[in-house]
Design a protein. Structure first.
Lengths: 196, 196
């Protein structure tokens, strides 16, 4: 066995033969991204954990249905996660606050920042989170996939199940709404943040 | 202004460097000369920078969270995949009964409305003029008089005139009820007119 990690198609092939280590490797590669995506869309820690778990279980069980010719594995996995997030906010119909977020428990600090910068980042994160929460689900999905995961409009469109032009206009609309919200409430914070 | 609106609609794409070269040049030239649009551009750029920094940081999972999730995922994968069984419930039957009842009610109301005009005609409408003897001048005079219904006061005044006696009929004087559909000159009794 070589030390270099196998490429994705090989890894998937190994998974399909029932190799547990390959499943673990695939999970390690994508878990953080899927969790971040779920959290950014649901803005609730426990829900994000549940949906991540559900998405991975579904993806691993249906790995034989994945077609590399149709889409990238990341896009396929994100499509599953977004679909489950949609089910979740349909079930809830309104968002609940995560108390750990309100009181800033267990927040990961920005790397190598001064305490002052950390405070500003925390405040800004709370503000961004509140602004994201006010967006409609399609706009939030578009902006999170664009800025949170640096996906192209084509990939966003594939995940959201819409034409690329629609994905683009959703990002623009979300951007306009966030600007209105952040400019009115976070002007000072924004200026301070940009200094660091 | 049209140019300002055009520019602002393309600001997000301009900032994300997604515009074709010609449009990009046009927007850039406008921004050089329009302070209001330049202010918008600066705000948009600040928001983009904030989103690029803050959205990827949202929901950064702690390593132990991902480890716990992996344990749960492997446990889920050990279980047999849930099979979706379609069981016949009583609900479709209830829907069928409700739909049948609604259809019956609709049909019944349609049937009532279908017969209602004939019933009304036979009970309250006089015979059409075309079926009667249109050549009779007496009948035409009677029809004209029926079209104008006099008030009781007018009848009382008419009663006092000498022509009244020639208009009254033996049936009306005797107080008998004529057959339906016959055209009559009703002669009220002096007592009933004075009581009004």
């Amino acid at each position: 066995m070589s030390d270099t990690p196998p490429d994705l198609p090989t890894l998937i092939q190994h998974c399909l033969t029932g190799d547990q280590a390959s499943y673990a490797q695939l999970y390690e590669q994508y878990a953080a991204g899927v969790y971040r995506l779920c959290y950014s869309l649901l803005l609730h820690r426990q829900d994000a954990e549940d949906v991540t778990q559900d998405a991975f279980v579904y993806a691993f069980r249906n790995l034989s249905h994945y077609d590399a010719a149709k889409s990238a594995f990341k896009t396929w996995l994100y499509t599953i996660a977004v679909s489950r997030c949609r089910n979740q906010y349909r079930r809830k119909s309104f968002f609940t606050f995560d108390i750990t977020q309100i009181f800033h428990f267990n927040l990961i600090a920005p790397r190598a920042d001064s305490p002052e910068a950390r405070m500003i980042h925390q405040d800004m994160r709370t503000l961004v989170q509140a602004a994201l929460k006010d967006l409609s689900p399609p706009l939030r999905e578009a902006v999170v996939l664009r800025y949170g995961h640096s996906l192209t409009y084509r990939e966003i469109a594939e995940i959201m199940g819409c034409p690329p032009k629609t994905a683009e206009s959703r990002v623009r609309l979300a951007h306009d709404q966030l600007r209105a919200r952040l400019s009115s409430e976070g002007r000072g914070l924004l200026d301070e943040l940009l200094q660091f | 202004m049209l140019t300002c609106r055009y520019t602002r609609a393309r600001l997000t794409a301009f900032i994300n460097q997604e515009l074709p070269a010609s449009t990009r040049r046009y927007v850039a030239r406008h921004l050089d000369h329009c302070p209001a649009c330049r202010a918008h551009y600066k705000a948009q750029k600040g928001v983009r920078q904030t989103l690029m920094i803050e959205v990827p940081r949202l929901g950064q999972p702690a390593p132990q969270t991902l480890a716990t999730l992996w344990t749960q995922i492997t446990a889920d994968l050990q279980q047999p995949a849930p099979t979706v069984t379609v069981t016949a419930t009583r609900r479709p039957m209830l829907y069928g009964i409700a739909a049948g009842a609604a259809s019956l009610m609709l049909l019944a109301s349609m049937a009532l409305h279908w017969h209602a005009p004939y019933t009304a005609l036979s009970l309250s409408q006089p015979a059409p003029l075309s079926q009667a003897d249109e050549t009779s001048p007496a009948l035409l005079t009677a029809a004209t008089q029926i079209a104008f219904v006099p008030s009781y006061e007018a009848l009382a005044d008419a009663y006092k005139t000498p022509e009244w006696a020639s208009l009254s009929t033996p049936e009306a004087s005797a107080g008998t009820v004529p057959a339906s559909g016959t055209i009559l000159h009703v002669t009220p009794s002096p007592a009933s007119v004075s009581s009004r």
